[in-house]
Design a protein around this ligand. Structure first.
Ligand code: ATP
Ligand code: MG
Length: 260
């Protein structure tokens, strides 16, 4: 379906189309459609923009990725559908590996996502088939299967659109977890080390830009950026953004005016 660019909900509808197209190709599962809808709701409440607390988290995430020994970007269906190209560019800029990790894992789906990532320029995609032979303790879903060359040995894992259980499991393994999640109240948001409360569509290009910008910084400067970062404060500020947005609507009135 072609969406007219002048439509007031153009960007949102375009994302929906991408998710639906990917669903038809077997990249996104039905549950992924629902997850996207939950994200849309929070995006609406945030004003569909990157907020100052999200920017703080993006800076800390860029520092963490550049300081990491084994950074890995974990990719699921929705992430691949929305930002495959950006994932590949970010992996190249940060020297990170890309790994497919799915809650609803089938060989066809893994392959379809890996294929899409390769078409987007990825040279290597971990976590497909036999490669996902290591196991994360304490996880019972198919997501516990990871690559021994990827997430299993990673010190920093970027998990856009993650599930709470897995974030907790990765934390328990001592990994630094960076999440992108529009819901500041989700278990993912609250258990990650760095939570970017933003749409993955806006967050990934900004993160790529920051990584490139921070490459000229010394390790000491990057460590300082990371040390100063406070995820609890950032989550509180993200909630306040939603709060203030609602307050503004209440103050300014809600009805759309029509000519008499
Ligand atoms: P958790 O498992 O962390 O407690 P949940 O079970 O409520 O969270 P899930 O269904 O596991 O949520 O995952 C969907 C999450 O992804 C939601 O929190 C939603 O806000 C978020 N999300 C969906 N689409 C996007 C997007 N495009 N960008 C950022 N976040 C998104
Ligand atoms: Mg969940």
């Amino acid at each position: 379906m072609r969406i007219p660019p002048q439509h007031p909900r153009y960007h949102s509808l375009l994302q929906r189309e991408k998710i639906v197209e990917a669903f038809k190709k077997g990249i996104v599962v039905p549950q992924g459609l629902i997850a996207h809808g939950r994200g849309e709701c929070f995006d609406y409440l945030l004003g569909e923009r990157t907020t100052p607390p999200a920017m703080k988290a993006i800076e800390a995430a860029a520092a963490a990725l550049l300081l990491a020994k084994h950074p890995v970007i974990s990719v699921n269906g929705n992430t691949a559908a929305l930002v495959a190209k950006e994932v590949v560019e970010l992996a190249k800029a940060a020297g990170a590996k890309i790994e497919v990790n799915l809650f609803y894992r089938t060989r066809e789906r893994e392959e379809a996502i890996a294929q899409l990532l390769r078409e987007s320029g990825a040279e290597e995609v971990l976590g497909v088939g036999e490669d996902a032979s290591a196991t994360i303790p304490e996880l019972f879903s198919e997501r516990r299967r990871v690559s021994p060359r990827g997430i299993y040995i990673a010190d920093v894992v970027l998990v856009p659109l993650e599930d709470g259980d897995r974030t907790e499991a990765l934390r328990k393994m001592g990994k630094l977890v960076i999440a992108v999640d529009l819901n500041p109240l989700s278990r993912t948001a609250r258990s990650a080390n760095i939570t970017i409360v933003d749409n993955v569509v806006r967050a990934m290009p900004l993160l790529l830009k920051k990584v490139n910008e921070f490459k000229t910084r010394s390790r000491i400067e990057l460590e300082e950026t990371l040390r100063r970062y406070d995820n609890e404060e950032v989550l509180r500020e993200a909630l306040m953004e939603i709060w203030r947005n609602i307050e503004r609507h209440v103050r300014e009135g809600l009805l759309i005016e029509f000519p008499k």
